[in-house]
Design a protein around this ligand. Structure first.
Ligand code: GRF
Length: 210
């Protein structure tokens, strides 16, 4: 069976990308990473992809006068690479309508908080400052809002007394590295069915590609 082709968009260190590379390598994720695109030339994700022999592409948003032109360029590269699912892994750009029209219900993101609590940036510090006892991570489909799309999977971690934002981020990242491949595997098996805002997870063997 043809493997799902992933297009990973990243801006930073790329530990989530690394977990996807590792899961693909050991076949616990039935997908292949077709291309990694970064908007930041210094992104650690680029080096991780190159080391794994994955095609990379740096498209610096600063080289574009307007956002739509940047978006069109990224979409073009994804389409040229035959991508079936766009995976945002620490991609620090807003994904606008040009992306959503090109890949309807085929863009997912991971967010380091339990949505709908704490969307946006610096969310580990926000969870600490709020006094939340638990936080975690959320994998969701991307829609027109910021961190508002239908939720696929979530994992919970405790917020401990004395946690710094970095402490909490590290605890959450462990779960991210487990959760993201799991969600992508469900997508690859055709087991995610959208019903309005709700994502139904179909039993194994019932998806069209199973
Ligand atoms: C992760 O915490 C992810 O949830 C958020 O950005 C961070 C990316 O980390 N969207 P990394 O680059 O994958 O290490």
């Amino acid at each position: 069976m043809k493997k799902l082709r992933l297009g990973v968009l990243a801006s930073g260190g790329g530990t989530n990308l690394q977990s996807l590379i590792d899961c693909c390598a050991k076949n616990s994720l039935a997908a292949e990473i077709a291309i990694v695109i970064c908007n930041n030339p210094d992104a650690g994700a680029l080096a991780r992809a190159e080391k794994a022999g994955i095609k990379t592409c740096c498209i610096n948003h600063r080289d574009f006068a307007e956002r739509a032109a940047f978006d069109r360029k990224v979409v073009q590269r994804l389409q040229e690479s035959g991508v079936g699912l766009v995976v945002l892994a620490g991609f620090m750009r807003i994904v606008g309508p040009i992306f959503l029209e090109a890949f309807p219900q085929r863009i997912i993101n991971i967010h380091p908080a339990l949505l709908p609590a704490f969307p946006g940036l610096h969310v580990q510090q926000q969870a600490i400052d709020y006094g939340a006892r638990f936080s975690g991570c959320t994998v969701h489909f991307v829609d027109v809002g910021v961190d508002t799309g239908p939720i696929i999977l979530q994992a919970v971690v405790p917020v401990l007394d004395g946690d710094s934002a970095d402490d909490l981020a590290a605890r959450i990242l462990i779960e991210e590295h487990r959760l993201y491949p799991q969600a992508i595997q469900l997508f690859a098996e055709g087991r995610l069915q959208l019903e309005g805002r709700r994502v139904r997870i179909l039993p194994l063997g019932s998806g069209p590609t199973s």
